[in-house]
Design a protein around this ligand. Structure first.
Ligand SMILES: [Zn+2]
Length: 437
């Protein structure tokens, strides 16, 4: 977009400085031109009235599945990007488990081309660690890096071969790539479809123990120590995992972690009615695990809130629990759920925004999560008081698999700008146009 826009009268949340200040933001030619600078803000420019709202850097989700190429009936890059901006996310990083797998520069480029055509959220592909996600031979990380990947992961498939993981950590370092690990020991998990414990016994479902995750994290922390690589633990789910990550960081190791809204707000009890929308990998755990995840977010052990947005067709969820696909969609509910962390005093407002912006942006090394002068004008306007009810039928995503359908949430993205262009706006039908020229 060329020209100017003044985002006026809002509270600008700066996750780096840890501040929230009433001031205006001036956007010029797609970039941030001024923040809280009266002489520039007196400039003659159209106004977006953000009264009563937070004005934050565009949100960043470092873990989504966009399903294209190969599973376009679940989601496409375009519908996933539309869901992203509707949820306030201006940048998303998409996992490699497409068909074909993103283990080559050609697939990386294809995803980026689809993202350019969608003209919506920025999409950052994550390349596979191993060819075909088979866990046997490393993929060509350098070639994919040059094509545009920002990290590598076999997400969805745990890397069971410790030797391969060692080489992945070493090889990724050559290209300054983060290795994102899906930590679940496949042998310990066995046929487990939910957390192993009294609830799985009561329901007669096969359980997967917390140790399936924890033993893998212990192994990979040791491999980081051996290799000097950078390891990021996807969707941490247990209390002991949080403690191990905290200890690894205290020893100065490059280990980081993310938590999902579902692991922060649901326990294994959500499975009680055999609701397949409560089936995920790793599974929902216990209240003690939820409490530990929240504490880890609060003290910075967990730097990022990530959705693990995993669209599935209704047929893949409307079946027996054992047979159902893992995962849920998350882009359009994440912010509303995460806002509860402020109400629960787990995070203050700048810290919440940091876990949704600077935290993941720094880990991926992408130019996002900032309202610094000169940065791309990716801005999310959040109404913290907006009360709304989750209605899966109205999602921009192609898929509806969410356990949060019908939940009453407070706080919502009401305007999302990418590169200074308004790509999403949610305003009551009766409200006047907010952008006035
Ligand atoms: Zn995932």
């Amino acid at each position: 977009m060329t020209g100017r826009l003044r985002i006026a009268n809002g509270t600008v949340v700066d996750p780096v400085a840890g501040t929230a200040t009433r001031c205006d933001v001036l956007v010029e030619d797609g970039r941030i031109a001024a923040v809280d600078a009266p002489e520039l803000i007196e400039a003659d420019a159209p106004v977006y009235d953000a009264r009563g709202c937070w004005v934050t850097p565009g949100l960043v989700d470092m873990h989504v599945h966009l399903r294209e190429p190969g599973h376009e009936y679940k989601e496409t890059v375009a519908t996933g990007a539309a869901a992203a901006v509707a949820g306030g996310f201006t940048s998303v990083a998409c996992m490699a488990n497409t068909n074909p797998v993103n283990d080559s520069a050609a697939v990386t480029r294809y995803i980026l081309e689809q993202a350019t055509l969608a003209k919506s959220a920025r999409v950052y592909p994550i390349g596979a660690v191993s060819l075909g996600l088979k866990g046997e031979r490393l993929a060509e990380m350098g070639e994919m890096r040059r094509a545009g990947i920002v990290a590598v992961s076999d997400d969805g498939m745990p890397i069971m071969d410790a030797g391969l993981m060692r080489h992945a950590l070493e090889y990724a370092t050559l290209f300054d790539l983060l290795v994102i690990a899906h930590e679940e020991d496949a042998c310990l998990r066995g046929r487990g479809v939910m957390n192993e414990g009294v609830t799985s016994v009561r329901l007669g479902l096969c359980g997967s123990p917390a140790a399936a995750e924890e033993t893998m994290i212990a192994r990979d922390v040791a491999l980081v120590e051996l290799t000097g690589g950078r390891l990021h633990i996807a969707h941490v789910s247990t209390a002991r995992s949080v403690a191990m990550i905290r200890a690894a960081k205290a020893r100065g190791l490059a280990v980081s972690a993310e938590a999902t809204p579902h692991h922060l707000f649901l326990t294994e009890e959500a499975v009680a009615e055999y609701d397949t929308n409560a089936k995920m990998a790793p599974p929902l755990r216990t209240q003690a695990d939820v409490d530990a995840l929240r504490a880890g977010l609060g003290d910075g052990t967990i730097e990022a809130i990530a959705t693990d947005h995993a669209p599935h067709h209704a047929d893949e969820k409307e079946c027996e629990f054992d047979q159902a696909a893992n995962g849920i969609v998350g882009l359009e509910t994440a912010l509303g759920l995460a806002m509860k962390l402020v109400a629960l005093s787990v995070l203050d407002v700048p810290a919440l925004i940091a876990r949704l912006t600077t935290g993941p942006a720094r880990l991926l090394g992408i130019p996002a999560g900032t309202l610094a002068v000169g940065a791309a004008a990716d801005v999310t306007v959040i109404d913290p008081e907006r009360r709304w009810k989750v209605a899966a039928r109205g999602f921009k995503s192609k898929s509806r698999n969410t356990p949060f359908d019908g939940w009453d949430l407070t706080g919502k993205a009401v305007a999302t700008f990418v590169g200074g262009t308004l790509v999403y706006e949610d305003r009551p039908a009766t409200a006047p146009l907010r952008v006035a020229s």
